[in-house]
Design a protein around this ligand. Sequence first.
Ligand SMILES: [Zn+2]
Length: 447
Amino acid sequence: MKAQTHKMTVSMDEHTSHLEQFKAFFKQLDEDGTTIEKLPRHRIEEYQLKAINATLTHIWNGNAYYRAQLEEAGFTVPEIESLEQLSKVPLLNKNVIRGDKQKILCLDPKEIGQVHLTSGTSGKPIYTSYSLADQYVYDLLPKYLELFKETDADVAAIALPYEFALPGLGFQRLYQFAFGTAVLSLGKGGYMAPVDKSLELMKEFQATVLTTTPSYAALLAEESEKFGIKIGEDIRLKKILLTGEGCSNTFRERLEKWWGCEVSFFYGSTECGVVAVECSEHKGYHVMEGHVKVEIIDPITLEKLPYGKTGEIIVTTLLREAMPMVRYRSGDIGFLQKSKCNCGITMDVLHLRGRMENMVRIGDEDYSPFMLEHFLMEIPDVGMWYHFKLKQGSLKIEAEPFRTELTDEQLAAKIRQHMADRIGIECEVEIRHDIPRTFGKATRIFN
Ligand SMILES: [Zn+2]
């Protein structure tokens, strides 16, 4: 079968934008039979510098806040001469745009096609506005045929929230418009979408792809047993794409075993859209360098960090007209590597370590929650629902047994021993049989 090419293109009547110039670049790649994924670095970086400068001009002309920030930083023209100079552009903090729908809007409000909100676990949400062209034209310009193999022969089940946030509708557009894939809009916990109905629909229409969160992928697998639906027989997936919550590689591998298919991670946000996607090598996530430029900074000094150093992930969107995010502080921690990946993709590799506020301090050490999860998931008798509770530098683990012969006491002792071997401290362990399942984001860390 022929690999997917974009199924349809959309044009807007009498639309003009600073982004029109990039259509030719991506069209040329098409004609050359390639994508941005495998371009030599200098060509990717040439494109990124052009796209950043186009964005800087656009925000300079279209938004008073952005312009004032740039002027204050000493810019007299909205232009940088090299990608290194991007670090001279001011950072954008969440608290500046939280609750303020106009602050960085660069178009007339009547040009807005869609508003998305962040889940806003603390305080007011962040409103992210998109123009129709953002969603249906520019967001679909870069193709990633190595990372996405879906075609119109696939059926994609999307078990992500469709209300407010970007994920459900974002994947819906990607699958329908880019790949021509039939979509089952399962949603996630809406009152029209109970778990049994969702599984039934996946079975009936023979879904081949599932896009959901790590915890919901576990929940669906767990519940399928209750409803007599056999994974691998009644539902035979080719691929699961995880997003929304982060997870450890061990958690991901458990899902691969459970579902009997490849499971890859998709890192993005409602503010920035797609940021990075895991390739079939599963050694980090390739930055979607057609869509974003990613940098890493020290979250205290705000200095840019080199490849290999862990810090805060900073995202600049390259193909947005309504609300470009320029040097946006994501609040996520990770590090970048130059790609030496066997998959042949030349786009940088991002290693995600989790949200800054979820870093776990035990004794004198900071641990990524994914690292602790990885250690816990190394024990096959432990289920996929757990809590880490932090109190004054000590850790309490609440875990569930999973298909094990061990008594609760034996399992608790096993976890205590394993974690002591891994992190060098004794932690308290409680075996529970009632850790609540959730349709929302799974909360696993309690500080
Ligand atoms: Zn790769």
